[in-house]
Write a protein that binds this ligand. Structure first.
Ligand SMILES: Nc1ncnc2c1ncn2[C@@H]1O[C@H](COP(=O)(O)OP(=O)(O)OP(=O)(O)O)[C@@H](O)[C@H]1O
Length: 248
């Protein structure tokens, strides 16, 4: 699978850390304009898979392509410049910079080839991203002074400001209360409506059921199943693995 229907494709991707096979022969394709959720127990290899695709780790074997061109060997900023934005579990904000500066910095890896590069347009994108994430009134606050949910939304503002066409989101809704989760879901739906392709690592299965078009279930570095959310979420064997009830 590749091309317009699946812009980002992994084939047989693998990496081990010492004896730990963190990702083993993973083949996966992101459906264009959809939300694919990566689900699986702790240590399944979900974040490692992101790290392989985004140039944060070097694969031992396999391939990852964007529109048919290899991403492997690229630096994280080069992957970002090709239109793949990611968020991190630990957010990686510039804690002593302001909210606005944090969002602005996401636009500053050179001008993206499909967007206007001028400063005025960038500033406008930043203000739109802050408005969309409810952070306009906090634009001059330092990230370090934000509440937890506001930091999560600032991480999303950075993704929005970057204007990437593929978003890789690592537990963006974890720790959010119900109303913040609903706001977050609205952001994702709006992005989806604009044709953005999203891969979402998420432990909250209600969030997954609400947002995902497709689920890929990983365990011990292997993709065990890919399919429609209802089918995957109803699967008793996968549920046993997810909730740690399998035989060792
Ligand atoms: N840099 C690293 N060095 C050594 N081991 C690592 C490294 N990164 C990940 N691992 C190991 O690889 C395995 C997969 O980890 P990973 O963080 O990708 O899982 P995950 O599915 O994202 O888990 P979680 O849901 O808890 O975030 C784990 O056993 C982890 O300890």
């Amino acid at each position: 699978m590749s091309g317009a229907a699946h812009p980002l494709v992994c084939r047989d991707l693998s990496i081990s850390f010492g004896g730990v096979k963190a990702v083993q022969g993973v083949s996966l394709a992101l459906p264009a304009g959809k939300v694919l959720a990566l689900v699986g127990p702790n240590g399944a290899g979900k974040t490692t898979l992101f790290n392989l695709v985004t140039g944060n780790l070097r694969a031992d074997a396999g391939e990852a392509t964007l529109d048919g061109e290899s991403l492997l060997g690229l630096k994280p900023w080069q992957v970002a410049r090709r239109g793949v934005a990611r968020s991190f579990q630990d957010l990686r904000l510039f804690t002593h910079m302001t909210v606005r500066e944090n969002a602005m910095s996401a636009t500053e890896r050179g001008s993206w080839f499909w967007q206007a590069g001028d400063a005025k347009a960038r500033a406008a994108r930043v203000e739109e991203a802050l408005a969309a994430t409810g952070l306009s009134d906090l634009a001059e606050s330092r990230a370090v002074d934000l509440a937890y949910a506001e930091r999560k939304f600032l991480s999303m503002a950075r993704i929005l400001a970057a204007e990437a066409r593929i978003w890789l989101l690592d537990e963006p809704a974890s720790g959010l209360d119900l109303s913040s989760r609903q706001r977050f879901a609205g952001l994702l739906r709006a992005a989806n409506a604009r044709g953005i392709t999203i891969c979402l690592i998420e432990h909250n299965l209600d969030v997954v059921a609400e947002l995902a078009d497709e689920i890929a279930f990983l365990d011990r570095g292997v993709v065990l199943a890919v399919g429609e959310p209802q089918a995957i979420l109803r699967d008793k064997a996968l549920a046993a693995i997810y909730f740690g009830e399998r035989a060792a």
